[in-house]
Design a protein around this ligand. Structure first.
Ligand code: TPP
Ligand code: MG
Length: 360
């Protein structure tokens, strides 16, 4: 991996943490309504996995996957508008969480019901297969979501259809207040893969390079037509389920143990030790991240409130020509119509990972 890519990974991990820290502050100041779900400790998993994708690939993320959105190129301004429920947010002020997608970046919006995004991910992957697109779908879910019927149905479908899909399980020890020991009796969730005849691997979800490597291999396998895999990333939810949850059901020592394994600190230590990251580069990256986050908050606060006259808009898809990911103006009536509200055109492509020029 090139030095530039390693620094880019570091940048995205730190940006993810910085945005979430600011979101938490805004929530405590009463400036964000509703639940705030953050993913401190998941940064190696989300950033490492998304970095293993290429242009044209798709993600189907869940509620703690901010790192994936950022790597795919979503603007931090859009993220902040979403949290502050502005009229120009990705959901036009209708929601305030990561229930967002952006076809321009190959991000399928998540479904809040646990597990239910996975059959959708199968649909996207099946489309790619039928249309012979050389692309792969990365779908994620939590340990809790693996207890749903939809999870099992989706893996089975992906397996029998040899779909170009990678299922990333973010095992963070808890599903709300339920520890994994109360949910399943196997030692690794990747073992689920064997029942469906596909490979499954478990990796240290706090080691960004291990995550990258495991996902990269699974992506290559899927891209070459050999079908889906499961990658379980073992990490920990070091905060509550949401910021309203004190998580006093989590043993203090367990949380402390995982705080010591902070993925960003570990990766930073590695980069410094290998002389990839210098002190001045680190300061420049920190300054840049502060600037990006300040700009995003400023932009969101200056953005308009949602227009309540539009509340019933977008309940039904408009009539008209058909479009599907990657196919400009496609007119096959078997697919639902979707216009990009920014351009009033059907969605075209799509999915280009953001190139970030970081200080050298
Ligand atoms: C089918 C369903 N049941 C319950 C919920 C409420 N809920 C939202 S997130 C969550 C916990 C999810 O745990 P997990 O899948 O492990 O993801 P994590 O939050 O730990 O990242 C629950 C119970 C839901 N959204 N959908
Ligand atoms: Mg969980």
């Amino acid at each position: 991996m090139s030095t530039a890519t390693l620094i880019q990974i570091y940048y995205f991990m730190r940006l993810t943490r910085a945005i979430e820290d600011r979101v938490r502050t805004l929530f405590l100041q009463g400036r964000i309504a509703g639940g705030v779900y953050t993913a401190q400790g998941h940064e190696a998993t989300t950033v490492g996995a998304a970095m293993a994708l290429g242009d044209g690939d798709c993600i189907v993320p869940q509620h703690r996957d901010l790192g994936m959105h950022l790597v795919r190129g979503v603007d931090p301004r859009a993220i902040m508008c979403q949290w502050l429920a502005r009229g120009n947010s990705p959901t036009l002020g209708r929601d305030g969480q990561l229930h967002i997608g952006d076809m321009q970046h190959g991000i399928v919006p998540m479904i809040s019901l646990l597990g239910e995004s996975l059959p959708v991910a199968c649909g996207v992957a099946l489309t790619m297969k039928i249309r012979k697109h050389p692309h792969v779908v990365l779908a994620s879910c939590g340990d809790g979501a693996t207890s749903t019927g939809a999870f099992h149905e989706a893996i089975n479908l992906a397996s029998v259809q040899t779909l170009p899909m990678v299922l990333l399980i973010e095992n963070n020890g808890y599903a709300y207040s339920t520890p994994t020991t109360r949910q399943f009796a196997i030692s690794h969730l990747s073992e689920r893969a064997h029942s469906y005849g596909i490979p499954g691997h478990s990796v240290d979800g706090n080691d960004v390079l291990a995550v990258f490597q495991a996902v990269e291999q699974a992506v290559e396998r899927a891209r070459s037509g050999q079908g889906p895999s499961i990658i379980e990333c073992q990490t920990f939810r070091v905060r509550g389920h949401s910021e309203a949850d004190r998580a006093d059901y989590v043993p203090r020592e367990l949380r402390e143990e995982w705080l010591q394994k902070d993925p960003i600190t570990h990766f930073e230590d590695y980069l410094v030790q290998e002389r990839i990251l210098t002190g001045s580069q680190k300061s420049e990256i920190e300054a840049r991240i502060r600037e990006v986050v300040d700009d995003a908050v400023r932009f969101a606060e200056q953005s308009p409130e949602p227009d309540d006259a539009t509340v019933a808009d977008y309940v039904f898809a408009p009539a008209g020509p058909i479009a599907i990911i990657g196919e400009a103006g496609a007119s096959n009536p078997h697919y639902i119509n979707a216009l990009d509200s920014r351009t009033s055109q059907p969605f075209t492509v799509i999915s280009r990972a953001q190139e970030v020029v970081v200080p050298r």
